[in-house]
Design a protein. Structure first.
Lengths: 402, 289
């Protein structure tokens, strides 16, 4: 969930300041809320029909490749040819299958997107969308509510063969039948080496009184709480509700004491670039850019292990071109296609073989441990039962003052 | 009764119609939906259902009392500071501005040609930890070596004051400017001291402006969330921040709607109390005495 009070405008400002390059940094996760709330979403939310039953998702029937496809994704989350402004991956798909792809960058925030589509999905109407990309916890919810279709894995040989082990079987979808990773990212320690005077290695360094008031954490509950749990030596996959609540209390106390300056979405990039913060939790895609812009900024995957988040593709119920959407998912699991996306977006690709291709083509990207981390150190947040999760969420929101 | 007369009878209603329609469509209707929403039960994931759920109100009050109190304190402080800064300024422009009057008033407004959000973001840069302001204050010893301004209560109150200052200055200026100088002369002719003339002539005549200014500053300031968001930390978070994130980010519509109503009610109480205190004439802008 992206609860930051992240500001589209604030990010747009970043983009203006840093010109072309920071486009990748621009938003992605971190939640946009405020200024982009759509009227549709609001009206949809005003409706008061009750939630639907979670029937077993229907498997997508075999069919023909259609001539159109609508793909809803987050901004700046696919490769763009800077000269022509075209999206090469989509062009290749169009050339191969003869399908025109309508690519809509309409997702700024998981909850906001959910609010926007809920009523349509509830009626079995995808609003014309054939594919959407949401963070895994929401992918799980979508499935529980019966809003998505089940893949026919026979039609997805590349996806079956090439999916990275680390993201292949999350607890909510062990066979990846209703969600297929688009990109993953790491939650990292990012710090100003010139201001800390030493290398930071541990999540607990964020609680060091030396950095009082110059630390930020993420508004994304799973990223912050998962990291703090790791710092306390608890595996987030195994954590109990009480342990999660204790971690939240630790965060809350640090915030009350003034140790934590604030909780952010992507806005932390501005704070640390200015030197207002010296150590923080941030996302790997941003770190690539921050490092390129400022040699004093350093990062480290915490020695206790790092949280990984995954945004996944899903095919909503009522998708007019579900069979073709499935082909699109499979298409981006071709290593050469994925390599082109990775080169541009700087997140962690969920596709085996992409790295090998990049080793030839762009060794700098292939050797970048922000993009190709040691996935054996990666941790996922546990899917708690609905009520416990609501309690944890509420406690976290109170802790961050939302 | 002639047609003409009947028309004349309808005329006031015709004149009222656009305003009433506007009020109905953009105030009464949304208010109704908000009220309804505040009594709903559920979450975005299970759907919302209308349930006369008044508990949302009590929960909201007990969970967010801190932010509510803080909002009123910050808004009150900002209004006082705006008055302290704005009144002398308005006075100077009105009585000493001479031919520069209009230019000076324009200068008060000019910064507001730039959008609110961007101005507040620039304050982030001005007040940054290694910026000029902080360095200067550290140099003269007003701020400790690792002291800071950004992300403190002072920054938030200062930001609110700055952002709403013209709403204080302009009405005060308008009422000061209207004062007939002969009134002041009469005061002096009656052997009034400067102080007596100010407190017994100028100030009462300026009261409508002061009251209007304080309301125009206080009311939006209570609901403000941008300053606390950009210049503060969670420890400075105001009720506007909670409503904002409940509505737009957490999609907890009932709580957000309930908090909006609570805020509205509290603001109403404060405004009524203030009106009692200073007299309704000045509230309504009727020339005092």
């Amino acid at each position: 969930m992206s609860n930051s009070s992240g500001w589209d405008i604030e990010r747009a400002l970043d983009a203006m300041q840093a010109s072309g390059l920071s486009r990748r940094t621009l938003m992605k996760r971190g939640g946009a809320g405020a200024l982009s709330l759509s009227l549709v979403g609001f009206l949809a939310a005003c409706g008061d029909d009750d939630g639907g039953g979670a029937d077993e998702a229907r498997v997508i029937p075999k069919g023909e490749i259609s001539n159109r496809l609508t793909f809803a994704n987050w901004p700046l989350y696919i490769d763009v040819d800077e000269e022509t402004d075209e999206r090469p991956t989509l062009e290749k798909f169009e050339r191969r299958y003869g399908t025109r792809v309508r690519y809509v960058e309409e997702i700024n925030d998981n909850v906001e997107f959910f609010g926007k589509v809920r009523q349509q999905y509830e009626q079995g109407n995808s609003g014309g969308r054939d594919l959407h990309v949401v963070t895994d916890w929401l992918a799980n919810r979508m499935n529980q509510l019966g809003y998505v279709q089940r893949f026919d894995k026979e039609e997805m040989p590349n996806a079956v063969r090439n999916i990275e082990d680390a993201v292949a079987s999350p607890d909510f979808d062990p066979e990846r039948e209703i969600s297929m990773p688009w990109q993953s990212g790491q939650v990292l320690l990012i710090y100003r080496r010139d201001m800390t005077g030493r290398e930071l290695r541990s999540i607990n360094d964020l609680f060091d009184p030396e950095f009082r008031g110059r630390v930020t954490m993420l508004t994304e509950m799973r990223d912050t709480v998962g990291s703090v749990l790791l710092g306390d030596g608890i595996e987030p996959e195994q954590a109990t509700k009480d342990q999660a609540l204790a971690a939240i209390e630790k965060v809350q106390r640090a915030s009350r004491d003034g140790q934590i300056r604030r909780f952010t979405g992507n806005e932390y990039t501005r704070d640390i670039a200015r030197g207002d913060t010296v150590a923080l939790l941030g996302w790997s895609g941003d770190a690539v850019q921050l490092l390129a812009d400022n040699p004093d900024i350093a990062y480290s995957p915490p020695e206790e292990g790092f949280m990984i988040f995954t945004d996944s593709m899903q095919i909503p119920v009522g998708a007019p071109n579900a069979f073709t959407a499935q082909k699109m998912i499979d298409f981006v699991y071709r290593p050469e296609i994925q390599a082109a996306i990775t080169e541009y977006v700087n997140y962690v690709p969920p596709v085996k073989g992409a790295r090998e291709i990049l080793q030839e083509r762009n060794p700098e990207v292939a050797e970048n441990e922000l993009i190709f981390p040691d996935l054996s150190e990666a941790h996922n947040f546990k899917s708690f039962p609905e009520e416990e999760e609501a309690e944890i969420d509420a406690a976290f929101q109170r802790a961050i003052g939302a | 009764m002639s047609i003409l007369q009947r028309r004349r009878g309808l005329l006031p209603f015709l004149l009222l119609a656009p305003g009433l329609a506007w009020l109905l469509l953009f105030f009464a209707v949304p208010l109704y939906y908000m009220a309804r929403q505040s009594l709903e039960e559920g979450t975005i994931f299970t759907g919302f259902e209308f349930a006369w759920n008044f508990q949302t109100y009590t929960d909201a009050l007990s969970n967010y009392d801190e932010q509510l109190v803080r909002s009123f304190l910050y808004a009150g402080a900002a209004t006082l500071i705006a008055f302290a800064v704005g009144f002398p300024l308005a006075y100077a422009i009105a009585f000493r501005g001479g031919k520069w009057k209009n230019a000076l008033v324009l200068l008060v407004i000019v910064p507001f040609f730039i959008t609110y959000l961007i101005r507040t973001l620039s304050w982030q840069t001005i007040l940054e930890d290694s910026g000029v302001v902080v360095n200067l204050l550290q140099f003269v010893g007003l701020l400790g070596d690792d002291g800071r301004i950004l992300a403190t209560t002072a920054a938030v109150i200062a930001g609110i004051t700055y952002n709403f200052l013209p709403f204080m200055i302009l009405p005060v200026y308008a009422s000061l400017e209207r004062i007939d100088p002969r009134m002041l002369e009469a005061g002096y002719d009656l052997y009034g001291t400067r102080r007596a003339v100010f407190t017994r002539v100028t100030l009462p005549l300026a009261m409508p402006g002061v009251v209007a200014g304080s309301l125009l500053t206080f009311i939006p300031a209570v609901g403000d969330f941008i300053n606390a968001e950009l210049l503060g930390t969670p420890r400075q978070s105001m009720i506007g921040n909670v409503i904002q994130s409940r509505f737009l980010e957490l999609t907890d519509y009932p709580t957000a709607a309930a908090l909006s109503f609570i805020l509205m009610a509290l603001v109403l109480v404060v405004v009524l109390a203030w009106a009692r205190l200073v007299g309704t004439e000045s509230l309504m802008g009727v020339e005092a005495r």
